[in-house]
Design a binder for this molecule. Structure first.
Ligand SMILES: Nc1nc2c(ncn2[C@@H]2O[C@H](COP(=O)(O)OP(=O)(O)OP(=O)(O)O)[C@@H](O)[C@H]2O)c(=O)[nH]1
Ligand SMILES: [Mg+2]
Length: 203
């Protein structure tokens, strides 16, 4: 659920980039941060190891104008993909409003993608949430790698619920902006529906 600060008239929405180790989550956030006008973004926090693998998370806030009279802030996060950081992944998911699943198109990452998606579902369950209830976008990243897995195969393997899909080469910035537009669009629509339902329940 978004955090609403009524006195400050501000709403904060949380978007998490999830996926297997080295799938390109940090690269997405770095390129996205660069793309945002400096007046609309806060500093990017990158917590990585010496080998540039994410240790805790990456984060930056973006300020996106108004939603229903409230100032909208979007908090973008990544999780660490390496298997032994599962506690951190679960913590980052707490309160998530929308998820980008960054799948690696490299031919040897099929199993890693599937395991990460399963792990996402399990971690959400431990938080009392269901993946099916949360806006989700699949990004097929690393479309430039030799022998990239066909998008139709990725789709069949991972996207069982027919969520929106988008191709990307995050390292070149391709598809990065479009991915966040897609997830924000779906997340904000879902929030508007929730608000409308609540209003309906009150009246
Ligand atoms: N060829 C190619 N390489 C990419 C692409 N996107 C990211 N990479 C590279 O993949 C490697 C891993 O990228 P990261 O963004 O650090 O991956 P991550 O998902 O954050 O990894 P963890 O933090 O360990 O979970 C880096 O060397 C990136 O430059 C892409 O679209 N194509
Ligand atoms: Mg990372």
């Amino acid at each position: 659920m978004p955090t609403i600060n009524a006195s400050a008239r501000r709403i904060r929405v949380k978007i998490v980039y999830y996926g297997a180790g080295l799938s390109g989550k940090t690269t997405n956030l770095e390129k996205l941060h660069l793309h945002y006008p400096s007046d609309n973004r806060g500093d990017m926090v990158v917590l990585d190891t010496e080998s540039e693998r994410t240790l805790f998370f990456d984060y930056f806030p973006a300020h996106l104008g108004k939603l229903g009279g409230l100032t909208l802030q979007v908090d973008f996060f990544t999780v660490p993909g390496q298997s032994f950081y599962n506690t951190t992944r679960t913590s980052v998911l707490r309160g998530v409003d929308g998820i980008v699943f960054v799948a690696d198109s490299s031919p040897d990452r099929e199993v890693a993608n599937e395991m990460s998606l399963d792990n996402l579902g399990v971690n959400l369950e431990t938080l009392g949430r269901r993946l099916d209830d949360i806006p989700l976008v699949f990004q097929w990243n690393k479309r430039d790698v030799p022998g990239a897995i066909a998008t139709s195969v990725l789709s069949k393997q991972l996207n069982r619920r027919g969520a929106p899909e988008i191709e990307a080469v995050a390292v070149k910035g391709t598809g990065v902006w479009e991915t966040q537009k897609l997830i924000l669009g779906h997340t904000i629509e879902a929030l508007k529906r929730q608000f409308a339902q609540k209003r309906g329940a009150v009246t």
